[in-house]
Design a protein around this ligand. Structure first.
Ligand SMILES: *[C@@H]1O[C@H](CO)[C@@H](O)[C@H](O)[C@H]1NC(C)=O
Ligand SMILES: *[C@@H]1O[C@H](CO)[C@@H](O)[C@H](O)[C@H]1NC(C)=O
Ligand SMILES: *[C@@H]1O[C@H](CO)[C@@H](O)[C@H](O)[C@H]1NC(C)=O
Ligand SMILES: *[C@@H]1O[C@H](CO)[C@@H](O)[C@H](O)[C@H]1NC(C)=O
Ligand SMILES: *[C@@H]1O[C@H](CO)[C@@H](O)[C@H](O)[C@H]1NC(C)=O
Ligand SMILES: *[C@@H]1O[C@H](CO)[C@@H](O)[C@H](O)[C@H]1NC(C)=O
Length: 493
C-alpha cells in the first residue's frame, strides 16, 4: 500500500505486524505533486502542487502470484512501492527482494495537461545549430567540447532527442539479474518500442558517448551510490544494465552486507542493493530513502510508532557511508504528499523538534526545505571528501493526460516526440534544486525538461500489476529514458 510501513533498517521493529496493520486499511491519499506547467523561457514547476486529496479504500481480497521464480511474495493489502500500477491487490517482487516497505509511488494525481497544450513550446527551433555550437567558443573550448570534457559551460539539460540505432544499450528482454520485471516493458504486452531508440544530444557540447570500458576505467576502485526513491532505483537498474550490457556477469558480487543492505528478520526486502565488479573493483549501490531525510522511530518499542522525519538531517545511511562514496546521486520528489506521510506515520521535525513552522508544514514547503537542506549538507561535506562528486537529480516528470491516476489518466501515446523534441530554455525544469545547488559544488543532474518530452516512455498501460484502466505514467520502461540520465551522468564523471 502506499507509503505504508517504510521503516529504516536497524530499528528492528516487527515489520510483519506493521505490515499486517497496514493491510487492514489502505489509504490512497495524494496531494498533487510537481508538474511542469510551462515551457519556454524559464520552465517552472506548477505552483498548484498541493491541490486535491483522494482517498480510496481498497478491498481486502488479495491474489497471490508467483511468476517464473522472479516474483515470490505477496501479502494481502500490501503493495510494492515500485509496481507503479497500484490499485490492485497483488504485488510482485523480484526474488529475494520481497517488499517490506509497502510504499507505492505508482500513480499520482495531476491536473489535466490537455488544457495546457497551448503553453507547450518545446518544439521551437533551436537558435544555433548544435553541430556547430563549438564554433561559438575558442579553440580550447572546441577541444573540450569535442572531448566532451567541457566542464564549465555545457548545459546538458538543453538539447534535443535524436534517433539513434545504437540505442538501447541493452536488451529489455535481458538484464534479468538487475532489471525488475515490472519495468521491463519488453516482457509485457507492449509492442511499440520506438521510444528505446533515442539519444539525448545537448545543444552546446558533444556529449561523450557512453562506453562500458570507459565507465569502469573512470570508476576504478570507486563507489557510485544512488540514494532516493523508486525513480532512483530505476536509474540504478538502468546503470547496472548499461554497464553489463544486460549480460549475466556471474562474477559481479553482491556486497550489500557491507552496507547493511541485507534483508532484516521479518522484512521482505533489504533497503537497497550493492554490487561490485571485481575486474575494476567498482561498486554500484542503491539505497532507498524516499524523503532524503532522516527517519527515526519515536517509540522503538511500539510497532505502530510514528517516525520523526528530520527534514534538516540527512539519512543516517548517507552519513554513515559517505566516506565510501566517490559519486553520489540523490533524488526525491514523488513521496511528498500528505497521504504518504500519513500512511508512513512520518511527523515532520526540524532541529530535532516537531515542526511548528507553517511554511514548512505545507508539503511543498517541507519538500523544498528538505531539498535545500540535503544539498547544503552534502556541500558542507565536500571539503572533507574532496574526491566525492555529488549530484542532485532533478524531478522525473509524470505524464497523466486527460485525467488523474485514478480517473483514467493515460500516457498511451506511442509516437515519440510528437509534441517536440527540443529543450531550448536555459533554466532548469526543477527550480528548487536548481537554486539550491547555486553556489555549491553539488551538481544538478537536470533531467526534468528532457524527460518531459518523453511521455511515450512510461510503463503506461503495461504495468504488470495494472488495475483495469489504470496506467503508470510515472515510472519508465527500461531500457528507456533513465538510460539517458545515466549518459549525462557518465559524461560528468
Ligand atoms: C528459484 O529460486 C530459487 C531461490 O532463489 C533457486 O534456488 C531456484 O533454482 C530457482 N528456480 C528456477 C527454476 O529458477
Ligand atoms: C489473503 O486474503 C484472503 C481472503 O481474505 C485469504 O484467504 C488469504 O489466505 C490471504 N493471503 C495471505 C497471504 O495472507
Ligand atoms: C559549421 O561550421 C563549419 C566551419 O566552422 C561550416 O563550414 C559549416 O557550414 C557550419 N555548418 C552549419 C550547419 O552551420
Ligand atoms: C575542467 O576542465 C579543465 C580543462 O579541461 C580542467 O583543467 C579542469 O581540471 C576541469 N575541472 C574539473 C573540476 O573537472
Ligand atoms: C577496491 O576499492 C576500495 C575503495 O573503494 C579500496 O579500498 C580497495 O583497496 C580496492 N581493492 C583492490 C583490490 O584494489
Ligand atoms: C511506547 O510503546 C509501548 C508499546 O506500545 C507503550 O507501552 C509505551 O507506553 C510507549 N512509550 C511512550 C513513551 O509512549
Amino acid at each position: 500500500m502506499i507509503g505504508c510501513a517504510y521503516v529504516p533498517r536497524g530499528t528492528r521493529l516487527p515489520f510483519i505486524f506493521i505490515t499486517l496493520v497496514c493491510t487492514t486499511i489502505l489509504l490512497w491519499v495524494w496531494e498533487k505533486t510537481p508538474f511542469l506547467s510551462t515551457y519556454g523561457r524559464v520552465l517552472q514547476l506548477s505552483p498548484d502542487i498541493l491541490a486535491g486529496l483522494h482517498v480510496i479504500s481498497v478491498p481486502s481480497q488479495q491474489q497471490m502470484h508467483v511468476d517464473n521464480n522472479r516474483s515470490t511474495y505477496v501479502r494481502n493489502g500490501t503493495f510494492d512501492e515500485h509496481t507503479g500500477q497500484t490499485v490492485v491487490m497483488e504485488m510482485q517482487v523480484d526474488s529475494a527482494k520481497a517488499p517490506r516497505k509497502a510504499n507505492s509511488e505508482g500513480i499520482f494525481p495531476l491536473r489535466d495537461r490537455s488544457s495546457e497544450s497551448s503553453e507547450v513550446r518545446i518544439g521551437a527551433p533551436m537558435p544555433v545549430s548544435s553541430a556547430n555550437a563549438s564554433t561559438l567558443g575558442s579553440k580550447a573550448d572546441e577541444e573540450n567540447l569535442i572531448n566532451g570534457e567541457n566542464n564549465q559551460t555545457c548545459n546538458y539539460a538543453r538539447g534535443k532527442w535524436v534517433e539513434d540505432d545504437r540505442r538501447p544499450f541493452y536488451s529489455g528482454s535481458g538484464c534479468k539479474k538487475w532489471l525488475s520485471e515490472m519495468w521491463a516493458c519488453r516482457l509485457t504486452q507492449r509492442t511499440d518500442f520506438a521510444y528505446e531508440k533515442f539519444r539525448w544530444q545537448p545543444q552546446d557540447c558533444e556529449m561523450e558517448e557512453f562506453e562500458r570500458s570507459k565507465f569502469f576505467n573512470r570508476m576504478q576502485s570507486k563507489t557510485l551510490a544512488f540514494i532516493g526513491d523508486s525513480l532512483g532505483r530505476q536509474q540504478f537498474q538502468s546503470l547496472m544494465c548499461m554497464i553489463t550490457g544486460g549480460e549475466e556477469q556471474p562474477d559481479v558480487m553482491n556486497v550489500g552486507w557491507e552496507y547493511g543492505l541485507v534483508k532484516a528478520r521479518g522484512a521482505v526486502r533489504p533497503d537497497g542493493w550493492a554490487y561490485r565488479f571485481p575486474g575494476s573493483n567498482t561498486t554500484i549501490l542503491f539505497y532507498w530513502s524516499a524523503c532524503l531525510c532522516d527517519l527515526e522511530p519515536l517509540n522503538r518499542s511500539d510497532p505502530l510508532t510514528q517516525y520523526a522525519m528530520h527534514l534538516d538531517r540527512s539519512p543516517a545511511f548517507l552519513r554513515r557511508f559517505l566516506d565510501k562514496f566517490d559519486v553520489l546521486v540523490l533524488n526525491t520528489g514523488h513521496h511528498w504528499n500528505r497521504g504518504k506521510l500519513n500512511a508512513n506515520r512520518w511527523v515532520m521535525h526540524v532541529k530535532g523538534l516537531p515542526n511548528t513552522d507553517s511554511k514548512i508544514a505545507a508539503i511543498k514547503g517541507a519538500k523544498s526545505f528538505t531539498i535545500r537542506s540535503i544539498i547544503k549538507w552534502v556541500d558542507s561535506q565536500l571539503s572533507d571528501h574532496p574526491r566525492l562528486k555529488a549530484f542532485y537529480r532533478s524531478i522525473s516528470p509524470r505524464h497523466f493526460f486527460n485525467g488523474d491516476w485514478n480517473t483514467g489518466g493515460t500516457c498511451d501515446n506511442t509516437n515519440p516526440l510528437s509534441k517536440g523534441k527540443e529543450v531550448v530554455q536555459d533554466g532548469s525544469g526543477d527550480w528548487v534544486p536548481a537554486r539550491a545547488v547555486e553556489g555549491t559544488k553539488v551538481k544538478l543532474l537536470d533531467i526534468t525538461a528532457l524527460s518531459q518530452l518523453r511521455d511515450e516512455g512510461h510503463i503506461s498501460r503495461y504495468g504488470i500489476r495494472a488495475a483495469p484502466g489504470a496506467q503508470d505514467c510515472l515510472h519508465w520502461c527500461l531500457p528507456g529514458i533513465p538510460d539517458a540520465w545515466n549518459e549525462i551522468l557518465f559524461a560528468q564523471l
